[in-house]
Ligand binder design. Structure first.
Ligand code: ADP
Length: 480
């Protein structure tokens, strides 16, 4: 219930407070300062309250000791109290206690008669008053503790009411207390003033970071970084993390720039070839039939190459924009591979196409995309092999996982090429020198498709001996 009441009252107040404060702009330095100011004030009040209680208790205890001493003197007969005839010596002794702020009233229990009384305030027969000490702060600003003791003398029992007046000590304490509070407040103000400077120094990196961030543009992304010199602290760590983020952004921006430049470069070549043939046709083409035929064939060829390039670029851009959608279904990979082998055999007569193993294996994935990926490996095997070379295509069921292998006995690759073949636009010097057609995008697309199916590709190659690409598509039953 209390929780409910708190939720209903405290939460709306907090919400209103946050709403109200959100209208103002408070610097972090100001907030930290305010927080410490509140803490200093709170703990200061607590400290002074404890000091006050401790002071009163110590005073009371000292007075109480004197009171007990007085009672023991009464008990032992050092001070003799008899109605109307108190000896001068005893009276003087009592006065010394009175001077120390102790008032006394003694009552004989048997006769219920007050035999000595010098208490200013009347002693009320209050049960709460008896056998305890009490503190009261009267209208006349007196601070008095009360006590009750008994003693026996000559077979009669006496009740002793004591009042310890600590008003004077309290007044002295009060004056010191006020000075201490004023000093403390002054001390807080000093701390806040000097602390503010320290906080501003501490938060200086934020200002520098904000200035540096303001200066950042795409043109100086490579040279501008946040300053991380000096002592290590959370802000420096933050600056370091932002710098690492900027490094990643720069890398991605550079690779985007590189991609655009490579793509334009790849498009420029076929356009230049087409332009060259058009110029040739313009000059002599209409008259020379041979030139006409050659030009038409070349232009057709370049147009096909350009279309292929544009389609690959569109695929990559769809992937980068995360708009590439896969339509996953369950299908038998063996049938797909068989179909592709048939197509390849139809168009490639000068290579030996062998299929050592073709096993049924159900795969959950985008049939068209996976077909596109395997087509890239088969096309490469044909492209990078010579007439009469062998191309082995197999589809295996390995413990429920689908493994498609495309091997060739072609030109193979060097170690350094193998590390880069999946990079966009990468082509080995070997294939560039031999003027083998291609844009260097096929394998990067194939890799993206396989990765989208949580698969993996293993490459093996020996220079001038041949290459092998093994694509594994894992069978995850939970996906079905
Ligand atoms: P492209 O074939 O259009 O150049 P790819 O991304 O398909 O682009 O291939 C990248 C590079 O990898 C090729 O240029 C070639 O150097 C190398 N490569 C790929 N497949 C083979 C292979 N079967 N044999 C030898 N080299 C290959």
């Amino acid at each position: 219930m209390i929780r409910n009441i708190l939720i209903r009252t405290v939460l709306p107040i907090r919400k209103k407070r946050t709403e109200f404060l959100s209208k103002f702009h408070f610097s972090i330095g100001y907030r930290i300062g305010l927080h410490y100011f509140k803490l200093l004030l709170l703990y200061g009040i607590l400290f002074f309250a404890v000091l006050l209680i401790a002071y009163c208790t110590i005073n009371y205890q000292t007075k109480q000791q004197l009171g007990q001493e007085l009672v023991s003197k009464l008990q032992s007969g050092q001070i003799v109290l008899k109605k109307n005839e108190i000896k001068e010596q005893s009276r003087q002794l009592l006065h010394t206690y009175e001077n120390q702020g102790i008032s006394i009233q003694v009552k004989d229990r048997s006769t219920n008669q007050v035999i000595y009384h010098n208490i200013v305030d009347s002693v009320e027969e209050d049960k709460e008053w008896i056998n305890c000490f009490s503190y009261h702060y009267k209208n006349n600003k007196k601070v008095i503790f009360k006590d009750f003791l008994t003693y026996t003398r000559e077979e009669s029992q006496y009740e002793v009411y004591l009042q310890y007046d600590i008003t004077k000590d309290f007044q002295v304490f009060q004056s010191y207390f006020m000075v201490a509070i004023v000093c403390y407040l002054f001390f807080i103000l000093l701390i806040v003033k000097h602390g503010k400077r320290g906080i501003l120094r501490l938060l200086k990196p934020i200002e520098i970071m904000s200035e540096s961030a303001n200066r950042l543009t795409v043109n100086n992304l490579g040279s501008q970084r946040l300053n991380v010199e000096g002592t290590k602290n959370e802000l420096k760590d933050l600056a370091g993390t932002i710098n690492q983020m900027l490094d990643r952004i720069e890398l991605s921006y550079e690779s985007q720039k590189q991609f655009v430049s490579d793509a334009s470069h790849e498009l420029r070549t076929p356009i230049a070839v087409i332009q060259g043939y058009i110029n040739m046709l313009d000059r002599w083409g209409s008259k020379d039939e041979e030139i006409l035929e050659e030009s038409i064939a070349a232009i057709k060829n370049e147009a096909v190459s350009m279309q292929d390039l544009v389609e690959k670029l569109l695929f990559l851009s769809r992937h980068d924009k995360k708009t590439l959608k896969l339509k996953k279904i369950t299908f038998n990979m063996k049938l797909v591979v068989e179909e592709m082998i048939k197509e390849t055999k139809l168009v490639t007569k000068d290579r030996k196409i062998v299929c050592p193993k073709l096993q049924d294996i159900m795969v959950y994935g985008d049939k068209q995309a996976l077909k596109q990926a395997i087509r890239i490996f088969i096309d490469n095997a044909i492209k990078y092999s010579n007439t009469g070379d062998e191309i082995r295509i197999s589809c295996e069921n390995k413990k429920g996982h689908c493994v498609v292998t495309v091997e060739d006995t072609g030109i193979g690759m060097k170690r350094e090429d193998m590390d880069n073949i999946f990079e966009r636009f990468y082509r080995s010097d070997e294939v560039r020198n031999h003027k083998i057609n291609g844009h260097g995008l096929g394998l990067s697309i194939a890799k993206l498709i396989v990765l989208k199916h949580v698969g993996s590709i293993r490459v093996r190659s020996q220079y001038e001996k041949g290459s092998s690409f093994k694509i594994t598509l894992p069978n995850y039953p939970h996906i079905h």
